[in-house]
Design a protein around this ligand. Structure first.
Ligand code: COA
Length: 183
């Protein structure tokens, strides 16, 4: 019988995935900005850029987990410079940290003006994806193998962002509970 080579069994019989390197799932995407993607000034719509960011991040998460993934969150995002019709948008995504069933993916986007030969950073974002089986059950994701100082720094930063997110969620939960009591 053929088995999934990415899954092994632990001593307790529980399946766990093999660790994977950051480079194994790094993903890149290039998009040409067409008139349909822009506002009345001919600038790329923010929502369209967010769509590209979501897609390239999903590719990295999918490659790392080797399972279906869903977007759980997209963190604060800045649009640093406008992107014009006819520009090329280059997006790169990599897994910053794998938790239990979720992963943080970092995305950086640049705009290339092929005629002027310029490349400019336009946006960065952090997204969290959760791995799932076809029945919607969460799946454990492979641990991340860190191979450089840069990867270790991103890993630590991702842990801090997760702590902040959990702190914010807890504060929101407490506030909502207090509001419900007052009603
Ligand atoms: C994302 C989703 C699976 C989380 O469901 P949940 O019941 O909160 O799941 P759990 O509490 O079991 O958490 C699962 C993991 O997701 C993480 N998570 C949950 N909500 C999160 C959020 N808002 N941001 C970041 N991570 C989140 C948890 O920390 C946990 O991580 P871990 O297993 O690595 O420790 C669920 O909210 C969902 O299905 N959302 C819709 C996803 C979707 O359709 N996305 C497309 C955009 S519309």
């Amino acid at each position: 019988m053929k088995t999934n080579p990415t899954i092994e069994s632990s001593a307790s019989g529980q399946a766990y995935p093999h660790p994977r390197r950051v480079t194994e799932s790094q993903s890149e995407m290039t998009e040409l900005v067409l008139p349909n993607d822009t506002n009345l000034l001919g600038n790329l719509l923010g929502g369209r850029l967010m769509h590209f960011i979501d897609l390239v991040a999903a590719m990295a998460a999918f490659r790392h987990a080797r399972a279906n993934v869903v977007t759980a969150s997209m963190e604060h995002i800045d649009f640093i410079a406008p992107v014009h019709v006819g520009d090329l948008v280059i997006l790169k995504a990599s897994v910053n940290r794998a938790f239990r069933t979720s992963m943080e993916i970092g995305v950086k986007a640049w705009v290339e003006n092929a005629i002027a030969g310029t490349l400019q950073h336009v946006s960065s974002a952090y997204l969290t994806f959760v791995a799932m089986d076809t029945h919607g059950r969460r799946l454990p994701v492979p641990p991340l193998v860190l191979e450089s100082e840069e990867q270790r720094r991103r890993f630590e930063d991702a842990g801090r962002r997760r702590n902040n997110r959990e702190h914010d969620r807890e504060r929101k939960r407490l506030r909502e509970a207090a509001e419900a009591e007052q009603k």
